[in-house]
Design a protein around this ligand. Structure first.
Ligand code: ADP
Length: 386
């Protein structure tokens, strides 16, 4: 008969105070099994054996002991190791007690003068215990599978919901500049006023820029999803990058009357080995968001010297609407926005932060946000020097 332990010995715990019975049972079992035999003769040594031993394959117990009996031993076994079969080996105890034992979970009751039944009874008990264990294992595996299925279902539903949100945002995001282009082109054709012409052209150009930005974001996210981000690293002068990003975005700030500040790069941190265009894109995404979500005050960016020393940490700080704590993680996932669905006050496809996060991570860093609703947000990202 196979047992659970590695060396295949049958580990038996025998609760018995009669030396003669112990010898008798040991001899019977040794003939049938490779045996690991532990005997205990009272309650305290029985409890200790159950607690200390890793596991027994079988418990045998006399019915009457000086300070104890098999019924109480069974209750303890049920508590300590309910999956180990328990067989009572005793003189005649009467039908009532025997039935009570079986009712409480003993697998058999062997009368001492019919010991020929012992080995077949043990074989059956071990077989049943093994079947019970494999049933439990199967149930466990089933439960686990169910859990995973449920998770996958929730993920699929969430992803489905996000795709719908994305599609409806997208059609809005694409339609707005397209309508602008079409409407103002028509006006352009009809007017001869040079001042108006200039205004219309500038609006058309702005709409084209927006459209291009959306297309770029979609292309970027597809590249990220296909795991095809290519890095082109070189020695980058941060002061030049900062000046470039500042000049790129300054006019947008002027139009909205929001202050835009660029901090000087500390002398000792002037150069970094990284991907210049990705760095420009990350900074632009964060600064553009800062502007978009700020009604009054300023947006500033620079290098945070208080932070980590093995990585260079950049910051973009605004005095805008802020982000509630429970949204501060999810906004870095694609298509996620603080305001989703029909309540949306701000445009956007929900891709900028997901793209920035992928780029930062590809460059070996991290991105995070520190924000208080109605006060503002500071986005940080770290990049390694090398
Ligand atoms: P988009 O701005 O196109 O919606 P992003 O991925 O750039 O997509 O940003 C996701 C969301 O994170 C935004 O919709 C907004 O809810 C929130 N968010 C990002 N930056 C800021 C910010 N500076 N202040 C407040 N909320 C922000």
């Amino acid at each position: 008969m196979k047992t659970e332990n590695e060396n295949q010995k049958l580990r038996v715990l025998y609760l018995e105070d009669s030396k003669m019975d112990i010898e008798l049972v040991r001899n019977i079992l040794e003939e049938a099994y490779d045996l690991d035999f532990t005997t205990v003769e009272n309650k305290s040594s029985y409890v200790r054996a159950l607690k200390e031993s890793d596991k027994f394959d079988l418990i045998l117990s006399d019915y009457n002991l000086p300070d104890f009996d098999a019924r109480r031993a069974l209750v303890i076994a049920n508590k300590e190791c309910s999956d180990v079969p328990f067989i009572c080996v005793s003189g005649t105890i009467g039908e009532e007690k025997a039935v009570e034992l079986l009712k409480h979970g003993a697998v058999d009751y062997i009368i001492k003068d019919r010991m020929a039944r012992l080995v077949p009874s043990i074989d059956r008990a071990l077989k049943e215990a093994e079947e019970q264990r494999s049933l439990e294992r199967a149930q466990q595996a089933l439960k686990q599978q169910n859990k995973e299925l449920l998770k996958a279902k929730q993920k699929a539903e969430e992803s489905d919901r996000l795709k719908s949100v994305f599609l409806s945002n997208m059609s809005h995001e694409v339609r707005t500049p397209l309508n602008g282009i079409m409407g103002f082109s028509e006006l352009l054709v009809r007017t001869n006023d040079p001042e108006k012409k200039e205004k219309y052209v500038s609006t058309i150009q702005e709409s084209c820029g927006q459209l291009l930005h959306i297309i770029d974001s979609i292309v970027d996210i597809s590249i990220i999803e296909a795991n095809q981000i290519q890095l082109h690293k070189s020695k980058v002068n941060l002061e030049k990058i900062f000046a470039y990003v500042y000049s790129l975005l300054q006019s947008d700030f002027q139009k909205r009357g929001i202050v835009f500040k660029k901090h000087d790069v500390p002398e000792n941190l002037l150069h970094i080995y990284t991907d210049e265009s990705k760095l420009v894109q990350i900074l632009s995404n964060l600064i553009t968001n800062g502007l978009k979500f700020t009604e009054h005050g300023f947006v500033e960016f620079g290098i945070d010297q208080k932070q980590n020393d093995s990585m260079l940490v950049f910051f973009v700080k605004d005095t805008g609407i802020g982000i509630p704590k429970e949204k501060q993680q999810v906004i870095f996932e694609r298509f996620r926005q603080v305001d989703e669905g029909s309540t949306r006050n701000f445009g956007g496809a929900g891709l900028g932060l997901a793209i920035s996060k992928s780029f930062v991570e590809k460059l070996g860093g991290k991105i995070w946000v520190d924000s208080t609703p109605n006060e503002g947000s500071t986005f940080y990202f770290s990049l390694s020097y090398e």
